[in-house]
Design a protein around this ligand. Structure first.
Ligand code: SF4
Length: 456
């Protein structure tokens, strides 16, 4: 026994693991849903028909549980700042803490699904280097909606809608309807023609073995069309990995529990197994409280249907999940209670209006360090930075890091179509930026000086 132990006892662990049963909060506590039955709640049609799309509908659900001042704050955001339209499924709204206005303001799910004007920074609401389509996905389209950024993988954006809209959406350029602050871009080709062009490109590009089928959210594609697309993907010999991207597994688990969808997933999984292809589902859960028994049931249903894995790609967001305990609680809930593999945590991308959500790289590095060693290695999520023009990098991979100005420098080890003719692409350094308000005073002054020069 050490001297310290004889005086104070053993020092506590930074994090204490304990299993926490999942909870489906009682939706009947909310005035607008007082009479909603379990059968209605578990119906995908009922959920879709009762999504909250505007402030009036939110007030109808929450009644006088939340002060008027919140709605005024929300209105200011919707009319002046929001890059995404409002769309919250009942399932997600029900997981927010509505006990008081203060609790609702502080709620992590509320903070990214229903952002209000007072959440945003007034000094630097956007980083000067923030851009729409900050990952330049459209620049790398091989055909419309098919981003070919990595040598062996592509992202197929089948559609530009979701059953829910996240305030921080990295595809704010394209996904969802326009807001007063952002006129969205639109696909120009007909969906059927775009999908056919994607399949045609993949048939003639056998170096691509891995397809992320995404959007938007594939849950918004009518099932027969999604099944037909994946079925034809499975006919392409060179495709060995297919991942379906759907936040709706958490936000609208009722969709994935429908008989038609489950039967269709069984057919796809059986064909994938016969062909030796790994068919997986990727979802997007940011907080442990979003995992309810219904979400776990939907995830288990996919595994029972025969998909190889269900994995989570969350987003690291200030005020939502930026503590070791929040990340470990989330990861253990995913792994233990829903059999969902914690996979990635992305740093929030540099889109306009995201500074209040973004974290500096050093904080992401600290968080990665803090969560190591608790989870099995295969289930320890990697915190990654999606560096513009580079792609995903682990947060400990920068080639250099100027902490004063908050600029990290990254290198890459493959070419995209954009650098096909650039002999120096692999020697270049690509930049990523910390939020300016997190810099030391001299660093913040340096950026103010850059801004002054830019307007002169
Ligand atoms: S589900 Fe994904 S694509 Fe849809 S709004 Fe959220 S982050 Fe964007």
């Amino acid at each position: 026994m050490t001297i310290a132990e004889t005086v104070t006892g053993p020092a506590p662990q930074p994090y204490t693991y304990r299993r926490r049963p999942l909870i489906e909060p009682d939706w009947q506590r909310l005035p607008g849903w007082r009479h909603v039955t379990r059968q209605e709640w578990e119906s995908a049609q009922w959920q879709r028909a009762h999504c909250v799309k505007n402030i009036r509908q939110l007030q109808q659900v929450l009644g006088d549980l939340i002060d008027e001042s919140f709605y005024a704050d929300l209105h200011r955001d919707q009319t002046g700042h929001a890059t995404m339209p409002m769309l919250v499924t009942p399932q997600m709204l029900n997981t927010m803490d509505t006990s008081t206005t203060e609790a609702f303001y502080a709620d992590p799910v509320r903070r990214y699904m229903l952002p209000v004007a007072s959440d945003r920074r007034t000094d630097w609401p956007s980083h000067p280097c923030a851009t729409r389509d900050s990952l330049h996905e459209a620049d790398m389209w091989a055909v419309e909606g098919l981003t070919h950024r990595y040598p062996t993988k592509v992202l197929a954006e089948l559609l530009s809608t979701c059953p829910q809209y996240c305030g921080h959406c990295t595809r704010m350029d394209l996904v969802g309807t326009s807001t007063p602050a952002v006129a969205k871009h639109r696909f120009t080709a007909r969906p059927a023609d775009r999908h056919e062009a994607m399949l045609e490109y993949l048939r003639r590009t056998p170096t691509v073995r891995d397809v992320v089928v995404s959007g938007g959210d594939v849950a918004n594609l009518p099932w027969p069309r999604l099944e037909a697309f994946v079925d034809r993907l499975l006919d392409i010999d060179s495709i060995r990995d297919i991942r379906l991207a759907t936040k709706a597994l958490m936000a609208l688990p009722q969709h994935w529990l429908q008989d038609e969808v489950r039967a269709g997933m069984e057919r796809l999984a059986a064909k994938a197994r016969r062909r030796g292809v790994a068919l997986a589902v990727h979802t997007h859960v940011n907080t442990a409280r979003s995992l309810t028994p219904l979400v776990a049931r939907a995830a288990r249903g996919l595994l029972e249907a025969g998909v190889r894995d269900v994995r989570n790609q969350g987003v690291l967001l200030h005020g939502v999940n930026d503590s070791p305990a929040a990340l470990l609680d989330l990861s253990f809930a995913l792994l233990d209670e829903a059999q969902i593999m914690p996979y990635y945590l992305y740093m929030c991308d540099m889109i306009p209006g995201s500074e209040h959500w973004r974290l500096p790289l050093w904080r992401a590095q600290e968080l990665q360090h803090a969560i190591m060693g608790y989870l099995p290695g295969f289930a320890t999520p990697r915190i990654v930075c999606d560096v513009p023009y580079v792609g995903k990098r682990w947060v400990h991979q920068p080639a250099d890091y100027d902490r004063l100005r908050g600029i990290s420098y990254w290198t890459k080890n493959y070419r995209t179509t954009l650098e096909a003719d650039d002999p120096h692409a692999l020697e270049r350094r690509y930049e990523y930026y910390d939020p300016i308000h997190t810099l030391p005073p001299e660093g913040q002054e340096w950026w103010r000086e850059q801004a002054r020069r830019a307007v002169m």
